[in-house]
Design a protein around this ligand. Structure first.
Ligand SMILES: O=c1ccn([C@@H]2O[C@H](COP(=O)(O)O)[C@@H](O)[C@H]2O)c(=O)[nH]1
Length: 237
């Protein structure tokens, strides 16, 4: 039970500190929480301080995407809070990713924390092949594109990537066992897909080689989040 629970990251996709604290208290067995744009924009770094006080691991998912100097500055600042994972878009480019990695090392060192793992967004799990080809005009097949973004992140010295579970087997095979692969877009068969386009079930995603699964609404939007989490843990036993 504990081993599988450690592989699940639950997003705190709520709009206030009070709601976030209530969720953390309700799902007290969850050890790894994700702070994304909605919560961070509404309550700022206070939420990180709260999670640290509860000895939780923190995935800071702000998906930085800017010029190298700005992305590096954001990663330096974020690393001073003692977070464990930080996202940035691979499409920010190699120079930005390299600068981000160096800055994260500096920020963590200044604050006396371990260096967080920087992981690159390959292609948002809400996009499908049609979006990639016709809207974004990317002339590559989707799996090839996701792989090329992961390789760019790896060449830039990043610890890993965020990918859909549908691409994780190929990324694992090419990028190796040490490369961290974090998968959102995970849906038990009984859950709504919502805006997620490239999904697998939790057991499929783990079998394919994901290190961590990010599972939000199937748990947090359920009438009984504790039961939903237990059901997922049972299914991946
Ligand atoms: O490609 C990506 C990158 C990040 N996310 C984030 O993961 C969670 C997924 O939540 P669900 O409720 O399980 O859909 C959410 O916070 C996203 O911002 C992603 O979905 N896809």
């Amino acid at each position: 039970m504990k081993m599988n629970l450690d592989k699940i990251i639950v997003p705190l996709d709520v709009s206030s500190k009070e709601d976030a604290i209530a969720l953390v208290e309700k799902l007290h067995q969850v050890t790894f929480w994700k702070v994304g744009l909605e919560l961070f924009v509404s309550c700022g770094p206070e939420i990180l301080t709260f999670l640290k006080s509860q000895e939780k691991r923190i995935f800071l998912d702000l998906k930085f995407h800017d010029i190298p100097n700005t992305v590096a500055g954001a990663c330096r600042s974020a690393s001073r809070y003692g977070v464990d994972l930080i996202t940035l878009h691979a499409t920010a480019g190699k120079t930005a990713m390299k600068a981000a990695q160096m800055a994260a090392e500096d920020g963590a060192k200044e604050a006396g924390y371990p260096v967080p793992k920087l992981i690159a967004i390959t292609l948002l799990t809400s996009l499908n092949s049609r979006d990639l080809a016709f809207d974004l005009k990317v002339p590559l097949e989707l799996p090839e594109y996701a792989l090329s973004m992961a390789l760019l992140a790896q060449e830039s010295g990043l610890a890993g990537a965020v990918c859909s579970p549908q691409e994780v087997a190929q990324l694992r095979q090419t990028c190796g066992d040490e490369f961290l692969l974090v998968c959102p877009g995970v849906r038990p068969v009984w859950a709504d897909k919502g805006d997620q386009q490239r999904t697998f079930t939790p057991s499929e995603a783990l079998k394919a080689g994901a290190n961590y699964l990010v599972i939000g609404r199937p748990i947090t939007a359920s009438n009984d989040p504790v039961k939903a989490l237990e059901r997922i843990i049972d299914e991946i036993k």
